[in-house]
Design a protein around this ligand. Sequence first.
Ligand SMILES: CC(C)(COP(=O)(O)OP(=O)(O)OC[C@H]1O[C@@H](n2cnc3c(N)ncnc32)[C@H](O)[C@@H]1OP(=O)(O)O)[C@@H](O)C(=O)NCCC(=O)NCCS
Length: 127
Amino acid sequence: MKINYEQAKETRRDARFVYNIRYSKEVIAVSQSDNIPDFEDHFNWFKDNFQQYRFIIIDNKRVGFLRKDSSNYLGISLKKCCRNKGIGKEVLKTSKGRAIILTSNPRSFHCFMRSGWKLEGFYVTKE
Ligand SMILES: CC(C)(COP(=O)(O)OP(=O)(O)OC[C@H]1O[C@@H](n2cnc3c(N)ncnc32)[C@H](O)[C@@H]1OP(=O)(O)O)[C@@H](O)C(=O)NCCC(=O)NCCS
């Protein structure tokens, strides 16, 4: 599988691509926050943060994105149609950083482990 990457730009199109995946029902369900901003608020935020994003490209099509924030935390999300096809594993094999994975997301945890990432600690919360 040949995977390419494209740096995100400060455009509505790129902000929209991220928004549609990031705030989809399935991704919200495995996220730390269930807050869904308006697209315009997201776009304003994206204009200051677009450099953190790279799109994952297969056969000249965007299938998802990687985000690396200023603290070296990595996020990955694929379009629904592109999950469970081995793309996540391939991307994570060549990625580095730190990631927080909720226990409600066993697929993601499995995928990171299969790609050479190591469990380093426990993330605990109390409400
Ligand atoms: C998490 C994500 C990036 C993984 O990428 P992917 O391309 O779907 O994953 P892959 O197909 O490469 O690998 C999935 C692995 O998890 C396994 N898996 C699938 N569902 C599982 C489940 N419920 N529990 C445990 N393992 C599971 C698959 O069998 C496969 O492992 P295998 O190759 O050993 O059989 C992708 O599914 C995604 O974007 N999900 C929504 C957003 C998200 O969860 N992002 C991560 C936040 S930390």
